[in-house]
Design a protein around this ligand. Structure first.
Ligand SMILES: [Zn+2]
Ligand SMILES: [Zn+2]
Length: 215
């Protein structure tokens, strides 16, 4: 768990590692309005909500980078306990409530998420207080994987990790699409852009350009 206030970027960020697959849940905060986005509440919703309460922020949107079970397990409780609408890319809207498609069956505890309130499109903008989040549709790990770009940070789900890339052997995965998404949507961003993945530590565009031999 780390608190990373960054006045230059005018956003606050809290991260929690949740569930058996150690998903990074991010609470992205606009310090002016105290509005917040909850990104990938994979599990442990009560712990996430108590953190939201402790931070005294108002969750205005609930985002899933994609709908694999390890990223969506907290949706139901957070939807029930807040007024935040749930947003996912339209390509995976049907997976939310389908434990076979969202792979939660395979992970051993079926997850039926409430439906999405907002279906995301490539290049659209979302607002969290005064923060603007740009949606990038970045398929490859899954067909509806998206990244959220805010200031010089990207929340990239399971597309790219520090010194690695997302797996593409799951249903709907596609290595060609993954490489295309990383090359054309991520590595084209400024080198000091910080990448916050769905698992593991953060990294930067510049660092991944140097280290990912694969790319
Ligand atoms: Zn995944
Ligand atoms: Zn994952």
């Amino acid at each position: 768990m780390g608190f990373q206030p960054d006045s230059r970027l005018n956003m606050d960020l809290r991260s929690l590692v949740v569930g058996p697959l150690m998903v990074n849940t991010y609470i992205l905060i606009d310090p002016k309005t105290r509005h917040a986005a909850i990104i990938d509440p994979g599990a442990e919703a009560v712990r996430i909500l108590s953190e939201v309460e402790r931070l005294n922020v108002n969750p205005v949107i609930l985002l899933n980078t994609h709908t694999h079970g390890d990223h969506i397990g907290g949706n139901e409780t957070i939807k029930a306990m807040t007024t935040a609408p749930l947003a996912v890319h339209r390509a995976e809207a049907e997976w939310l409530a389908d434990p076979s498609a969202n792979l939660s069956d395979m992970l051993g505890s079926p997850i039926i998420s409430p439906p999405a309130d907002i279906l995301l499109e490539d290049n659209e903008s979302l607002h969290v207080g005064e923060l603007e989040l740009k949606v990038l549709h970045t398929p490859g790990h899954s067909p509806g994987s998206v990244c959220f770009v805010v200031n010089n940070s990207v929340f990239c789900g399971d597309l790219v990790f520090r010194e690695g890339v997302g797996r593409t052997d799951l249903p709907g995965g596609d290595m060609g699409q993954l490489v295309h998404s990383i090359r054309h949507r991520i590595l084209t961003l400024p080198e000091d852009t910080v990448l916050y993945p769905g698992h593991g530590p953060s990294t930067t565009v510049g660092y991944e350009k140097q280290t990912d031999l694969f790319l």
